[in-house]
Design a protein around this ligand. Structure first.
Ligand code: C2E
Ligand code: MG
Ligand code: MG
Length: 332
């Protein structure tokens, strides 16, 4: 057991016991947020940030009804064919007062208060609807990737939500990819393996996002029915100059290919990074070098310049179950 301690003092932080305890409590939560097993003194900003959080929570709950969310799409490019093979759906919030709010500023709050389950279901429906619309418009089939949150992954209705989104839109499952992070699947790997298999049976593709930032048991990774690993952009940023990042990137590409996974590099911003990834045999890239995330209406024009080769269900490497003993161990 560890202890997190919050400290408030009389009279600066309050004149009565109730206020002092409330402020000590806030300071304790701050200590927990800073990694637990420590202490924090109360400062006024803690109350302000709590109030902001409460405001955001109440707005988040009504944002869906008011159609304030929108999806932008960032293209993914094959290094083999230079064609766009898919897009990642990234949520944005048009807040009536704050303007455009990025996911990092509201997804954690939505996750904590549980609103993420409804928001995530909307993202799935909207991304499938939009991709089915592109198909109906005669665009060569591309995949749409959707980020799942930890709470959504643990939600027992997720499989039904995915199936409903596919059914309502008419989108074939192989054109939807669900992105999960290492921490989500490694928290309880046995259970995750079962949940991933259930999800996989819906016909969708599964990807591990931000790969390399968490702790993965390689033995488990080889047993999960995943199709894709996305190398976190923190390893791509200083390529090709950073020797350690270059080594890690090459190792992930090699590992992914050993497991018959498709390897995608995130956050590619310049030609030098691209050349390195091409030389190392990375399959696909995503990043500002090709395009920022763009509204759905701009995707059609982007695709016209990056002819999609038209994905078929049987295309793309299928995950191979390598024996755990050959690649056993733990990597971070
Ligand atoms: P992610 O899934 O790893 O998405 C990639 C993020 O990197 C996006 O940020 C994208 O705009 C940004 N990015 C792409 N290329 C570059 C580049 O070349 N340079 C730099 N510096 N950044 C690049 P965004 O859209 O702000 O999303 C941040 C995170 O929020 C996502 O990370 C994802 O974890 C989460 N997120 C976004 N949409 C959703 C959603 O619908 N549901 C859930 N649960 N999470 C979401
Ligand atoms: Mg992602
Ligand atoms: Mg990522």
């Amino acid at each position: 057991m560890t202890a997190s301690i919050g400290v408030s003092s009389f009279p600066e932080d309050g004149n009565d016991a109730q206020t002092l305890l409330k402020h000590a409590d806030l300071a304790m939560y701050a200590a927990k947020q800073l990694g637990k097993n420590g202490f924090q003194y109360y400062v006024r900003e803690m109350s302000v940030s709590l109030q902001n959080r409460i405001d955001m929570e109440s707005h988040l709950r009504s944002a869906l009804e008011h159609n304030e969310f929108v999806l932008h799409y960032q293209p993914r490019i094959s290094l083999d064919t230079d064609a766009c093979t898919g897009v990642e759906a990234l949520i944005r919030w048009h807040h009536p007062k704050l303007g455009l709010v990025m996911p990092a500023d509201f997804i954690p709050v939505a996750e904590e208060c549980g609103a993420i389950v409804q928001i995530g279901a909307w993202v799935l429906r909207e991304a499938c609807r939009q991709n089915a619309q592109w198909l109906a418009d005669g665009i060569a089939p591309i995949r749409v990737s959707v980020n799942l949150s930890a709470r959504q992954f643990a939600d027992k209705d997720l499989r039904r939500v995915v199936l409903d989104a596919l059914k309502q839109s008419g989108l074939p499952g192989y054109l939807l990819e669900l992105e999960l992070t290492e921490s989500m699947v490694m928290r309880d790997a046995e259970q995750a393996a079962r949940w991933l298999s259930r999800l996989k049976r819906t016909g969708v593709r599964l990807a591990i996002d931000d790969f390399g930032t968490g702790y993965s048991s390689l033995a488990y990774l080889s047993r999960f029915p995943i199709d894709t690993v996305k190398i976190d952009r923190s390893f791509i940023r200083y390529l090709p100059d950073s020797r350690s990042d270059a080594q890690i990137t090459s190792a992930i590409i090699g590992l992914g290919h050993q497991m018959a996974l498709e390897v995608v590099a995130e956050g590619v911003e310049n030609e030098a990074q691209l050349d390195f990834l091409r030389c190392e045999g990375c399959d696909e890239v995503q990043g500002y070098y090709f395009s920022h995330p763009i509204p759905a209406a701009d995707v059609t024009a982007f695709l016209a310049g990056h002819t999609a080769h038209g994905l078929l269900p049987e295309q793309g490497p299928q995950p191979m179950r390598a024996p755990a003993s050959t690649i056993g161990g733990t990597a971070s």
